[in-house]
Write a protein of this length. Structure first.
Length: 172
């Protein structure tokens, strides 16, 4: 019994250390993990105005809560996340909701992804990546694609709708 308890404590500590290390590393590679609250997710989904047959991307998808909310609407989406513990949490959450046929989480940097397939892109990024990300989405997204940012804006784009820290942009 004591050995099992020690093993459980060890696993929990190992997960916490991994997430903490991932948090520190992500500050230099992208954005730290900050989960979106329910009100922000509702606004993001409202702004996304997803239709059947569309495909969404969540860049820095964290624990998958936005992806799951999209999947519950019957819409397909892909998440990009560089922190393995968060990828595993996301995949478990997706399996638990039985949304595997609609949702995929990639353990990879979104900088290597092709955005041309997406109708909607959701970004909760840090200030220092937004200009470079703006260039990438300007090159790759098709006209009419929607981009939703949470907190930090796209420096050269003008939002068509904005409330609080959530902004909606449409690719021209």
């Amino acid at each position: 019994m004591t050995i099992v308890l020690l093993a459980i404590v060890f696993v929990i500590v190992a997960i916490e250390v991994t997430i903490s290390f991932g948090y520190i590393v992500s500050m230099f590679r992208g954005a730290p993990y900050v989960p979106s609250d329910a009100a922000s997710i509702a606004r993001i989904l409202d702004y996304a105005d997803l239709k059947p047959g569309e495909l969404a991307a969540d860049l820095g998808s964290g624990d998958g809560r936005i992806l799951v909310a999209i999947g519950k609407q019957g819409i397909a989406a892909h998440g990009y996340e560089i922190q393995l513990p968060l990828v595993l949490v996301s995949r478990r959450r997706i399996r638990k909701q039985k949304l595997e046929r609609l949702l995929t989480v990639y353990w990879k940097s979104f900088w290597r992804a092709d955005f041309s397939v997406y109708d909607v892109v959701i970004i909760y990024g840090m200030y220092h990546i937004m200009a470079g990300l703006e260039e990438k989405i300007s090159r790759e997204l098709k006209p009419g694609s929607r981009v939703i940012t949470n907190f930090f804006s796209l420096p050269g784009w003008i939002p068509v709708r904005q409330e609080g820290r959530i902004s909606l942009y449409v690719k021209q």
